[in-house]
Design a protein around this ligand. Sequence first.
Ligand SMILES: Nc1ncnc2c1ncn2[C@@H]1O[C@H](COP(=O)(O)OP(=O)(O)O)[C@@H](O)[C@H]1O
Ligand SMILES: [Mg+2]
Length: 249
Amino acid sequence: MKTIAITGKGGTGKTAVAALLIKYLTEGNNTVLAIDADSDTNLPAALGDTVENTVGGMRESLLEERDKLPPDTNKKSLLEGKIYSVLVEKPRYDLLVMGRPEGPGCYCYANDLLRGIMDQIASNYEIVLIDTAAGLEHLSRRLIRDVTDLLVVTDGSRRGLETAERIRDLVTELDLNIENLYVVLNKVTDTNRERLQEYATELNLKLVGMIPFDDNIADFDLEGLPLAGLPPDSLSVIEVAKIAKKIGL
Ligand SMILES: Nc1ncnc2c1ncn2[C@@H]1O[C@H](COP(=O)(O)OP(=O)(O)O)[C@@H](O)[C@H]1O
Ligand SMILES: [Mg+2]
């Protein structure tokens, strides 16, 4: 199994990269699980999928049941059964949306669930791709760990680059068992290309690709069209295919 997690500051293009990697993968023969781990669910729309049930949404019923269960119930298999009921099965990939936990309380429970799911279900797939929320919480809470490739997406914004730096430091500090840590430069233009490349070198992160600012993405975004439908000659589609090959997909 190969696990790829996509991280970085909000708005840098994590979901776009995730959707385009999945688009690329649908042309191959691997079994693929896509996980939208952002409570502000965006990946299904980028893929053109409609999702009704989320892991967060089943939180309440799980909590309720937990108290009524006989003590010898296998809670793990109960959880797994429930997870399968929220799994969206597409012809070329399955999609799991974490969503937002309903009711009061923190995200911890949903986060713990995510960890459980990754351990239990992910092993059934050859490739697992996780689109994470902005920020560092997934890493600092050790929910994203044991991954093959962590892609840190950044655009040319100062804050995007600073977040990339913090992610790099956190990964080293927490010993998260990440085989490869890569930076993906996104929305690259002729004006910022050179500076961004320099910055990636300074970051001491392996630069795995530079995705140009793509007018097609901007147009699709404006029209509310799924990025998975981008034409194959789109600059972003071409570059993401190169990235996919570099990381062995
Ligand atoms: N290469 C690109 N060219 C043009 N626009 C892009 C590109 N990548 C992402 N975008 C746009 O940037 C915005 C944020 O992208 P998104 O993938 O939602 O970021 P994130 O998931 O990191 O918050 C969206 O409006 C998206 O259409
Ligand atoms: Mg996103």
